[in-house]
Design a binder for this molecule. Structure first.
Ligand code: NAD
Length: 295
């Protein structure tokens, strides 16, 4: 029997999430469990601005502290995804294009900003709907999640992206920015879903409607058609009213869990350099969601 005192220490990895109102986040448990499978002593700390009465103005102090304490990285969420950019040493191409950072990696004291939201959505989407017809997708919601997905959708090969937002100026600004960055004029803003959906092959939903605290449908269910694939971003609950309506029609669907898992896989790989196991992380995510739903 080897003496425990002489066992080589497992590598220690310190991670954290900076955001407001993040006490229910499943991210710490997802990273810690995957880290355990890779033989890492991974500690993931919630840094909740709401809990200590903080704001994005606290970011410089928090980043300096994380650097001094040897954090390997941080996830960043609302309301800090844009504010953090000015404080970083370097940005990945994806984060620069999206103008938002959800993952910061500490490389020998240099803080490098990444964005795994868009690529995470694409990972989940490809796993759920590998044969989806990408000719024309409607994106409902041009906020933080919608903007990240819009970039990823064009990278994935969506031929035309029609963007609808209750704030028409936001939809127009996103279309303008996408067209400036990507070849061809592939993004168009539409005023309503009724206007955007005819002829579309898919619908990506990226508004908060359907969340447990904001139940309901984000559009008239009569606009859905059986030949439309539907990609949802809301994951609590996993089965939103939109997915229920789409499922009842027989639409191919991709739920919001795919993006939640996909962005965590991307962040885990950036933080640790280890390749995460998608099926294992997905199983654990569903287990955590079931626990949360049963509370
Ligand atoms: P946000 O507030 O930045 O943006 C939401 C946008 O939706 C706004 O521009 C708003 O005007 C628009 N909107 C609201 N209702 C609308 C409607 N009925 N029709 C058209 N537009 C409408 O929010 P966000 O950060 O982009 O988050 C959106 C949702 O995505 C939230 O439910 C969030 O939990 C979820 N999300 C999921 C993941 C994941 O990993 N699955 C990741 C990030 C965000």
């Amino acid at each position: 029997m080897p003496d425990a005192a002489f066992e080589p220490a497992r590598p220690q990895v310190l991670l954290g999430l900076i955001g407001a109102g993040i006490q229910q986040s499943l991210t710490p448990a997802m990273h810690q469990e995957e880290g355990r499978h890779h033989g890492l002593r991974l500690h993931y700390q919630l840094i909740d601005l709401e809990k200590f009465g903080g704001s994005p103005a606290d970011l410089p102090g928090l980043l300096n502290a994380a650097r001094k304490m040897g954090f390997a990285g941080l996830n960043i969420t609302y309301p800090c995804k844009q504010a953090v950019i000015a404080l970083l040493d370097e940005l990945s191409d994806e984060a620069r294009a999206m103008g938002a950072v959800n993952t910061v990696v500490n490389r020998n004291g240099r803080l490098i900003g990444h964005n795994t939201d868009g690529s995470g959505w694409a990972r989940g989407f490809r796993r759920a709907l590998p044969d989806a017809d990408l000719r024309c997708a409607v994106l409902l919601g041009a906020g933080g999640a919608g903007a990240a997905i819009a970039h990823a959708a064009l990278r994935l090969g969506v031929g035309e992206l029609r963007i609808v937002d209750a704030d028409a100026e936001r939809a127009a600004a996103l279309a303008l920015e996408l067209n400036a960055r990507c070849e061809g004029h592939r993004a168009n803003a539409c005023v309503t879903a009724e206007q955007a959906l005819p002829g579309a092959t898919g619908l990506i939903h990226a508004t908060p409607t359907g969340m447990a605290k904001l139940p309901g449908l984000p559009l008239d269910a009569a606009l859905l058609r059986a030949d439309l694939w539907v990609s949802e971003v809301v994951y609590f609950p996993l089965e939103t009213a939109l997915l229920q309506a789409a499922r009842a029609l027989g639409c191919p669907i991709s739920d919001g869990g795919g993006m939640a898992v996909g962005q965590a896989l991307g962040a885990f790989e950036l933080f640790t350099g280890c390749e995460a196991d998608p099926a294992r992380v997905e199983r654990h995510f569903h287990h955590l969601l079931n626990l949360r739903e049963s509370r």
